[in-house]
Design a protein around this ligand. Structure first.
Ligand SMILES: Nc1nc2c(c(=O)[nH]1)N=C([C@H](O)[C@H](O)COP(=O)(O)OP(=O)(O)OP(=O)(O)O)CN2
Ligand SMILES: [Zn+2]
Length: 159
């Protein structure tokens, strides 16, 4: 597993968990503007998922590290990203499996899981490296009302 220093995300929460993971996947970007990347090709993607919150569950976890791996690695490893409807598709640039969209999709998949946990942690950052020279950092926006309702974060606002 590649280990490195990731960009930090400002947030008001007491606990921050980070999970590194990787998956091998093929993709193509369905536009001529992508040049050779419009042909099917593969990468070993490296992701770092950052989750934050103030409350732990009855195991003393913010979230089980293994759940994050299961959600991402088990779903996408040795697959073609373009085939993963509804997350990815060829119909709109918002669903092309670019690094930008893939980082957002990972965040959304993780947050859907976190929303079902009683302690309601938040996915505050996904770092996704597609090649040795290319990566994207995605940080979801949170409404102030949602985060304060969740855990008494008051005026805390994660950008
Ligand atoms: N903004 C984006 N640009 C590109 C994306 C993307 O997802 N977002 N994707 C690609 C290709 O899929 C390609 O796999 C990655 O491109 P690139 O970094 O150019 O890959 P190289 O290994 O050839 O990089 P070098 O630094 O030139 O070795 C293209 N663009
Ligand atoms: Zn690619």
């Amino acid at each position: 597993m590649m280990q490195q220093i990731y960009p930090t995300v400002p947030h008001p929460y007491q606990y921050e968990l980070n999970k590194d993971l990787h998956f091998a996947a093929a993709h193509y970007i369905p536009t001529e503007k992508a040049g050779v990347c419009s042909q099917v090709h593969g990468h070993t993607y490296f992701a770092n998922v950052t989750i934050a919150g103030n409350e732990l569950d009855d195991s003393g976890f913010l979230v089980n590290f293994a759940d994050i791996k299961r959600l991402i690695h088990d779903r996408f490893d040795h697959s073609v990203l373009n085939d993963h409807a509804p997350w990815f598709g060829d119909d709109t640039p918002y669903r092309y499996p670019t690094t930008e969209n893939a980082a957002r999709v990972l965040s959304e998949i993780v947050q859907e899981h976190l929303d079902r946990l009683p302690n309601r942690p938040l996915c505050v950052q996904v770092y996704l490296r597609e090649t040795p020279t290319s990566y994207v950092v995605y940080r979801p926006r949170f409404e102030a009302s949602a985060s304060s309702a969740r855990d008494g974060a008051g005026e805390a606002h994660v950008e």
